[in-house]
Design a protein. Sequence first.
Length: 296
Amino acid sequence: MKIQKVGVVGCGLMGHGIAQVAAQGGHDVVVVESDPKALETGLARIDKSLAKIAEKAVEKGTPKEQAEAARAAARARLRGALGLETLADRDLVVEAIVEDLDAKKRLFATLHPLCRTETIFASNTSSFPIAEMARAGGRPRRTLGLHFFNPVQLMKLVEVVRTADTDPDVAAAGFEFAKACGKTPIAAKDTPGFVVNRLLVPFLAEALRMVERGDASAEDVDTAMMLGCGHPMGPITLADYVGLDTTLSILEGWRSRHPQEPVFAVPESLRAKVRAGLTGRKVGQGFYRWQGDKRV
Ligand code: 3HC
């Protein structure tokens, strides 16, 4: 089962990156957005990122024409669209829409009659059960999680998430797709947060609780984990980077499904920031101030 034609639904933070690495990996890609403005913004981000990658390749010794040809070829394999019906002939459709379980279930239910019966459905969800989406999408044997990390162009991991129903050939095709995108896949079960977020999100929450208790300042917690453990970003910077709204919604979702689990408790400072609209990097202010991708 070879994946050649890929559809990505959502051209935001994650979707634009998934569409891009899929095109760089040689796939024919359609990325769908419902809002023309969001599509334009996402495609512009892809153009900027591909240009940066070509520039870095030249710095590392790739001949300029070769780097430019690779950039142009990847871009030519990718197109934007505004309607889901453009996904009818795809081998794989990856959803990267808003982190809302009902919206994802509705999307898969809509896609089911539109797509070929062979089309594999994948979700890039951070934290929702793949099995629930698979049931709503009507093809549980052909549904799996393909969880990419932010920024998709730079982070090398993809979690390939199998439910009890996922066909082993579908999971294997997911592995091959991730590798073709230049990523390292790992196998994960359909448990809350899979591997990475199950460890990462409670860690981010505990860092915030530490600051709330007055044990250390946010800056010192971040410095401690960078210099003491070699993390590229401290946990509070990373929470801002990922999005405080995303972090909050992951924790709240888990909390409602697993109320007894203490590490899923929501820090009050996180709620307060989101309530105030200070959701981190994307709005320029969270626990820190941001200019573009940089903390200031
Ligand atoms: N496309 C192409 N190039 C890019 C790029 C992109 N999207 N983003 C950055 N680059 C380039 C930069 O321009 C820069 O180029 P230069 O060296 O020529 O200036 C180079 O890549 C490195 O970028 P930075 O200067 O920003 O590099 P840093 O060394 O600061 O690394 C980082 C940035 C990779 C984000 C690093 O800080 C990091 O690894 N942080 C942790 C990220 C992380 O943990 N992500 C996972 C989040 S959890 C998640 O996603 C799960 C979700 O479900 C919640």
